[in-house]
Design a protein around this ligand. Structure first.
Ligand code: CTP
Ligand code: MG
Length: 235
C-alpha cells in the first residue's frame, strides 16, 4: 500500500511560529512519531510526505532519524490540505502502477501501525473508506438567530461518527474526484467528502480513540501523556 502524509500546513491554531509538525513531543518532532508508526505498519510499502519547501531540510532530517526500512519520498505540498493531497495523488497517478492509496494527516501522530494495517486490509474490499470513531457528545446543528446562535436540530447520536485518518481510496477514482473538485471549485476538509459529493460509497473502519489530531496546545499535553504511557513497559 502507498501512503501519503500531508505535512505542508502551518499549524496556526497551535500558535507556534513554525509548522506544528516540527514541534518537539517527548523529545522528537511530531512528524517523527507519525512517520515511525507508518513505517512500522507491515502493509505500507511506500510513503510520500507533502511538505512546504522551507520545511524540506527539517523533514529530511526527520526521515533520516527515523530511518524507515521502506522508501520515503518528499513531495511539494500546496496552499490547502486539499491542494497538498491533490499534488500527492497527481504524482502517484502519474506513475501508472499504483492502484490504492491511504492518506494520513501528519498531525495524527498517535495512530498505531495496527490501524494502518486494518485500513489497508479493508481497502482491498471497497473503493473508499475512512477511520472514524462513534461520537461521544450530543451534537447540535445551529443557525445564527436574532438573539444569538440558535439550535436547529439534534441529530441522532448513534448515526454520528467522528472522521479520522487514515482515509483510503482506489487511486484512479480519487484522482477523478480531485480533478472534479478543481473543475467545480469544491473545497473540502477531507478526501471522503469528495467521494460523498459524487455519490460514491465510503465505508467506516473502526478508528482509535487515541488517534487525536494535534490541533491546539491542549492536544500536545494529551498526546505527550498517551505516548509516555505507551513507552512504559507493561508490568
Ligand atoms: N496540511 C497540508 N497542507 C496544507 C495544510 C495542511 O499538508 N496546506 C496538512 C497538515 O500539515 C496536517 C493536516 O494537513 O498534517 C491536517 O491539517 P491541520 O491539522 O489543519 O494542520 P494545519 O493546517 O497545519 O493547522 P491550522 O489549520 O491550525 O493552521
Ligand atoms: Mg488546517
Amino acid at each position: 500500500m502507498h501512503l501519503l502524509i500531508p505535512a505542508a500546513g502551518s499549524g496556526k491554531r497551535m500558535g507556534a511560529t513554525v509548522n506544528k509538525l516540527l514541534l518537539p513531543l517527548l523529545g522528537r518532532p511530531i512528524l517523527a512519531w507519525t512517520l515511525e508508526a507508518a513505517a512500522r505498519a507491515c502493509s505500507i510499502e511506500w510513503i510520500g510526505i507533502l511538505c512546504q519547501p522551507p520545511d524540506w531540510p527539517a523533514i529530511e532530517a526527520i526521515v533520516a532519524a527515523v530511518a524507515p526500512a521502506k522508501p520515503v519520498q518528499l513531495l511539494v505540498g500546496g496552499a490547502t490540505r486539499q491542494e497538498s493531497v491533490y499534488r500527492g495523488v497527481e504524482y502517484l497517478y502519474s506513475l501508472g502502477t499504483v492502484e490504492r492509496v491511504l492518506i494520513h494527516d501528519g498531525a495524527r501522530c498517535l495512530a498505531t501501525p495496527a490501524l494502518f494495517d486494518r485500513c489497508s486490509a479493508a481497502l482491498q474490499q471497497v473503493d473508499g473508506l475512512i477511520a472514524a470513531i462513534p461520537v461521544k457528545d450530543t451534537i447540535k446543528v445551529t443557525e445564527s438567530g436574532p438573539k444569538g446562535i440558535q439550535i436547529q436540530a439534534t441529530p441522532e447520536r448513534s448515526r454520528l461518527w467522528a472522521a479520522q485518518t487514515p482515509q483510503g481510496f482506489r487511486l484512479p477514482l480519487l484522482w477523478q474526484a480531485h480533478r472534479e473538485a478543481l473543475a467545480q471549485g469544491w473545497q473540502v476538509t477531507d478526501d471522503a467528502a469528495l467521494f460523498e459529493k459524487l455519490g460514491w460509497p465510503v465505508y467506516i473502519v473502526e478508528g482509535e480513540e487515541s488517534n487525536l489530531k494535534l490541533t491546539t496546545p491542549l492536544d500536545m499535553l494529551l498526546a505527550a501523556q498517551i505516548l509516555q504511557q505507551r513507552l512504559v513497559p507493561a508490568s
